[in-house]
Design a protein around this ligand. Structure first.
Ligand code: SF4
Length: 689
């Protein structure tokens, strides 16, 4: 009755286009979306939204939606019934497991699907198939931030909420572009600047919108953030500006840390990063004088060979200045996808059960074995990059991939596509016939967020409920129903009638979510983890110490991993990132007429200096070539970039212009997150298109 086509309905949902986690009411009549109406009770955004949340939903009614399962027969995709498709999936996965063992199967989950669906994916991998080979797209983005925070402060999430960012005396943004990638957070920062005189420092290669508004904007050389941040930390300590009482009470390893910092002088930092000693002194003084420092960071920090080390250096700086455990302070890795936080929290990671409980810990494993009634593998699984390598080596034979445009979003596209084509069996579950789906043997049609129930967890660690806004389209099904059907075809007995029951099981097994219930998430209510059994939540972390047995933080010693060296042959740096109008690679938003009209294709930003040197101007066509592939794009000349640095937005999934045709297979050393930002090309000017 809730879906009657002649009645106007108003239903609360949570935005699926970025990690800010805006929630709002959607007005509908049948499948027609009348409007998106913000609600003052929305915990992350109140009455604010950005252009994507407000106007980005037409894709749900796109004619390109998958509405029936497809099976590839003799190279051609044919429509099939759910029974046929699921039978084939089960038959092939069983065959693979029987012939090569469970670790010959890999699962890729999605940061766009719900917490409950992620929980089921990892349960399918571990309890039904018998492998820890499960990963999600945080491997492409936030794993280094997770690592840096787990190492130093013990929990993998933002230290506080968006309100805490607004309360900071000083916001330092490193390698992030919130005005386009996290618009409502940028709005909060702009407002705090205007109303409260909040100070803003931006460190970035590219002069983006917040950089223009910053009190201080610095442009470090590529891959040198670790060096200037460590030098800043050393200088603060040398000036005696560190928070001695805080360190004494809450931090381990200070003396050793100070010794290890010795090489990171201001002179050295200037030489390596290009940030002048004056600038560094100014920054140190601003940090010293600020009432609360919040550091916001994203892919500009993480997508490097040393991304994890830079993430821990950020945490170190906050620790020695006492900027944890109070409002207006802390580390804020800005999560990209709407549910990248939740996908990790609910265990679609090769080494962690839900709630960051280690697969290798026998006590933890025993608890899950008891709950699920099966023995579980103690061997940590392969991450995304290891799976691609294992396909190449013939060790990984079959893959079940949910909601991930792996063929274009993973680094080094040509290499990944070659690997995907070698799989014996590939299942792709998505809402559209993606480029990755072209490599599939079976395609399962899923329903987008507006057509299902469940929860998402935003960048603040805030769990929010989505209600079903629209009826499912065609024969598409919510991912949790499909995953459950696959599991049951493989011999499991999953009987969940509603995502609420899945959350109840997760809450029992993961102390971080102990008190999470759907009742406590009714309407616009939300819970920020950790959530105690009585339902009390934790918007601000570390007020009673850090998440280690002795409650003390652990300083990580500085360890700079220099970027991949540049060669004469590939003499330009190509940076990449989002555009305000499009979500990530654009698979959903390029099916929204209004958004696509504003930004129809992609382009490369070229600095005025480089444009003059090469004799090109706005609209010129160029070919960019790296050691791994080539793209053809049109030029936009802008001083947002400088010198030999280019910027190619990631909103293209075309074999002609996708950024990842250029990126390499180098990764962050600790987490295997691709070093997307360390990409070098040469530019060839084309006569015409
Ligand atoms: Fe909010 Fe992000 Fe959605 Fe924009 S894209 S409405 S900032 S959640």
């Amino acid at each position: 009755s809730a879906m009657r086509s002649n009645v106007i309905q108003k239903t609360k949902t949570v935005c699926t286009f970025c990690g800010v986690g805006c929630s709002f009411d959607v007005w509908t009549k049948g499948r027609h979306i009348l409007k998106v109406e913000p609600h003052e009770d929305a915990p992350a955004n109140g009455v604010s939204t950005c252009v994507k949340g407000k106007f980005g939903w037409d894709f749900v009614n796109s004619e390109q939606r998958l509405t029936k399962p497809l099976i590839r027969r003799n190279g051609i995709f044919e429509e099939a019934s759910w029974d046929e498709a699921l039978d084939l999936v089960a038959e092939k996965l069983n065959e693979t497991r029987a012939a090569y063992g469970p670790d010959a199967i890999g699962l890729i989950s999605s940061s766009k699907i719900t917490n409950e669906e992620n929980y089921l994916m990892q349960k399918l991998a571990r309890a039904v198939i018998g492998t820890n080979n499960i990963d999600n797209c945080s491997r492409y983005c936030q794993s280094p931030a997770t690592d840096g925070l787990l190492r130093t402060v013990g929990l993998a999430g933002d230290s506080g909420t968006i309100v805490d960012i607004a309360n900071a005396g000083l916001v330092l943004v490193v390698g992030a572009n919130p005005a386009e990638a996290h618009p409502v957070i940028a709005t909060r920062v702009k407002r705090a600047q205007k109303l409260r005189g909040q100070k803003l420092i931006v460190a970035d290669l590219r002069k983006h919108e917040l950089a223009e508004r910053a009190n201080l904007f610095i442009r470090p050389k590529l891959g040198t953030d670790h060096v200037w941040i460590s030098a800043l930390t050393k200088y603060v300590i040398d000036q005696g500006w560190h928070d001695k009482a805080f360190i004494e009470k809450h931090v381990n390893g200070f003396a050793e840390f100070v010794t290890a910092l010795a090489p990171f002088t201001l002179e050295y930092a200037e030489q390596v990063s290009g940030i002048t000693q004056d600038e560094l002194e100014t920054m140190a003084k601003m940090i010293h004088e600020a009432d609360g420092v919040a550091i916001l960071f994203a892919m500009g920090v993480t997508q490097h060979c040393g991304g994890s080390e830079t993430s821990s250096a950020i945490s170190d700086l906050l620790l020695i200045t006492g900027n944890y455990g109070r409002s207006g302070a802390g580390a804020f890795p800005l999560r990209g996808h709407n549910n990248v936080q939740g996908a990790c929290d609910f265990g679609t990671l090769p080494s962690w059960f839900p709630g960051y409980q280690a697969v290798s810990d026998p006590r933890v494993r025993q608890q899950f074995e008891q709950a699920w009634g099966v023995p579980l593998s103690a061997v940590p699984g392969m991450d995304n990059q290891q799976m691609v390598a294992a396909i190449e080596e013939g060790r990984l034979k079959a893959m079940y991939l949910v909601g991930e445009e792996m063929a274009f979003v993973d680094t080094n596209t040509n290499h990944v596509q070659n690997a995907l084509s070698k799989l014996d069996f590939l299942v792709v579950q998505d809402i559209f016939f993606t480029k990755t789906a072209q490599f599939a043997d079976v395609i399962l049609p899923a329903s987008p967020s507006l057509e299902k129930e469940g929860t998402f967890t935003n960048t603040e660690r805030r769990i929010q409920r989505l209600y079903q806004v629209l009826p499912t389209l065609g024969e598409s099904l919510p991912d949790w129903k499909i995953i459950m059907a696959v599991a049951n075809r493989l011999g499991a007995n999953f009987t969940y009638a509603h995502p609420e029951e899945i959350m109840a099981e997760a809450a029992q097994l993961a102390p971080l979510f102990a008190g999470v219930t759907y009742e406590r998430l009714t309407g616009y209510q939300s819970l920020v983890w950790p959530v105690a059994p009585d339902g009390s939540d934790t918007p601000l972390l570390y007020t009673d110490g850090f998440a280690f047995p002795d409650q003390k933080a652990r300083l990580a010693e500085p360890n700079w991993i220099p970027p991949i060296p540049m060669s004469d042959e590939f003499d330009l740096i190509v940076n990449n990132g989002r555009l305000l109008e499009h979500f990530h690679e654009g698979n959903m938003t390029n099916k929204v007429q209004g958004l696509n009209h504003k930004v129809p294709g992609t382009f490369v930003e070229v600095s005025p200096q480089l444009a003059a040197a090469r004799g090109i101007s706005d609209g010129s066509w160029v070919r960019l070539e790296s050691a791994y592939g080539a793209v053809k794009v049109q030029v936009v000349v802008t001083d947002r970039v400088q010198g030999n640095e280019l910027y190619l937005p990631m909103n293209s999934i075309s074999q002609e212009s996708a950024i990842n045709l250029l990126t390499s297979s180098y990764t962050d050393q600790r987490t295997h997150t691709p070093a997307y930002k360390e990409t070098y090309v040469r530019m060839i000017v084309l006569k015409d298109a």
